[in-house]
Write a protein that binds this ligand. Structure first.
Ligand code: SAH
Ligand code: SF4
Ligand code: F3S
Length: 461
């Protein structure tokens, strides 16, 4: 017996992604595979025949969000049922991988639970789930990337002029706080040829900026066209040769995989943007050791210095966890010192969240919640000072922006500087379009944006 509604072509899918860029990319790949089944994407859940929550397991809050969202999705499913319409609910992503069948015990309306390594099986799993509820959290032997269709030109264009491209997945580092090695599995790298083909298709459809992504992207070691293992810097150099690719970025990196050649690429590859996201988590050597990060604060600062020597205008960003088990006031001060030493352009900061199955979750010396909150607020205030100073230093300067979307007000466009700052420009001067890279004079600043004036309407690339 086949699912009745498998056969007509005007069905709609609503996909909501939580968590990291990998999930954003995966959400797009799921949309691509479902397009082949006649599903069009919608941003309105009420009209969706298929709802996919693409979930994140990194912190407890992220998981709580999924269950409360599932409650809402169920209400809509029930309301639609009253109108004679059926709705299928899918939970994908890292919560699916980590919790499996538990999800359907907690929310019986869920038809299918599918882990990140099985997205290429979605059509078949959906068909099976029409008969009874299905859970697939295997790590299949086949590589899903070999089966997931590339996006077509129209969908790529609709997604904009910047794109993520997964080149590496999984993690072998096992930081003591982190679920990723369990939810995404062991490190794997896609072959260079596949990545290049996907990047060429993206560029041909109008993508100007590619961000290659991986949970540990600088551990990339994919098979090159010459049969050798290529590290990330070689892959980046190859991607830079693709016509139309004006800007390259990569994320997320681990300090221990920042090798000399990759650092040199920041000097040698003009397409590689002067911005590096390099999570450090803490500035305390004691905490770094307990986290199993396998480097100390000095090593991190040395890498930052080497990167700056290669590319003096590079900006850095990072991730921090406050309140890791055993973190003292002195440890936290060491973190603040590191923050003052680097002066990051941007920072993501989190209160430590104990995750089931990770070593740190069982540590005795858990830090009380109010202390975590106090430290988080102090850290964020310091980081915000640095961020504002970094943005203020742009005012009065000329730079180039990639125009990415419509701006805040009519007649405005919004673009990004090489340092990922958003710039609002008045586009009524004419001549420039989304996808152009244009010179701008930065004339002002608000909390989250810069304001620019386009002098010459001539695109530079
Ligand atoms: N692979 C990347 C990041 C993975 S998760 C890396 O190695 O840095 C993104 C960020 O979430 C981490 O950098 C960390 O700051 C945060 N994070 C991960 N596990 C966490 C936990 N249990 N509690 C709080 N924050 C966490
Ligand atoms: Fe998690 Fe550490 Fe791997 Fe990053 S390097 S994904 S923080 S285990
Ligand atoms: Fe979250 Fe999984 Fe990404 S846990 S951060 S969605 S790899």
């Amino acid at each position: 017996m086949r699912d009745q509604d498998m056969d007509h072509g005007d069905r709609k899918v609503f996909i909501k992604s939580y968590g990291c860029q990998m999930n954003v990319y995966d959400g797009q790949r799921m949309a691509d595979v479902l397009a082949g089944q006649g599903y069009a994407e919608t941003t309105r859940q009420e009209e969706a025949d298929l709802v996919i929550l693409n979930t994140c397991h990194i912190r407890e809050k992220a998981v709580d969000k999924v269950y409360s969202e599932l409650g809402r999705v169920r209400e809509i499913k029930d309301a639609r049922a009253g109108e004679g319409k059926s709705t299928r609910i899918v939970v994908a992503g890292c919560v699916a991988q980590a919790e499996g069948a538990e999800i359907q015990r907690r929310q019986t309306a869920v038809d299918l639970v599918v882990g990140p390594q099985s997205y290429h099986r979605l059509p078949e799993l959906l068909e099976r789930s029409a008969r009874r509820r299905v859970v697939d959290t295997e790590f299949p032997v086949e590589d899903k990337f070999g089966f997931l269709p590339a996006p077509d030109r129209a969908r790529t264009l609709a997604r904009g002029v910047t794109a993520f491209l997964t080149v590496q997945e999984g993690c072998d580092k096992f930081c003591a706080f982190c679920v990723v090695p369990y939810t995404r599995g062991a490190e794997m790298s896609r072959p260079v040829a596949r990545i290049v083909a996907e990047a060429e298709a993206l560029a041909a459809a109008g993508v100007r900026e590619l961000t290659v992504i991986g949970q540990n992207v600088n551990a990339y070691h994919g098979e090159g066209p010459d049969g050798r293992v290529w590290p990330l810097w070689r892959l980046l150099a190859r991607l830079a040769e693709i016509p139309g690719v004006a800007r390259l970025r990569y994320t997320t990196s681990h300090p221990n995989d920042m090798d000399r050649e990759l650092i040199a690429a920041h000097r040698d590859l003009p397409q590689l943007m002067p911005y590096l996201h390099l999570p450090v988590q803490s500035g305390s050597d004691r905490v770094l050791a307990a986290m199993n990060r396998r480097h100390d604060a000095r090593a991190y600062l040395d890498i930052v210095a080497a990167v700056k020597a290669a590319r003096p205008d590079i900006a850095l960003s990072s991730d921090f966890i406050v309140g890791f088990p055993g973190e003292t006031d002195a440890d936290f001060e060491a973190t603040m010192d590191l923050i003052d030493a680097v002066r990051f352009a941007s920072v993501y900061s989190f209160k430590y969240s104990p995750r089931p199955g990770t070593p740190a979750a069982d540590a005795a010396a858990q830090v009380p919640e109010p202390v975590k909150t106090e430290r988080l607020l102090a850290l964020q205030a310091r980081v915000e000072e640095h961020r504002q100073a970094f943005n203020a230093a742009m005012v009065g300067r000329r730079t180039e922006i990639l125009l990415e979307r419509k701006g805040r007000h009519d007649g405005q466009l919004a673009g990004k500087t090489p340092w990922l700052q958003t710039v609002q420009v008045d586009a009524s001067a004419g001549g420039c379009r989304i996808g152009d890279i244009v010179p701008v004079d930065i004339v002002g600043q608000s909390t989250n944006s810069l304001f620019g004036r386009i002098d010459s309407v001539k695109a530079v690339a």
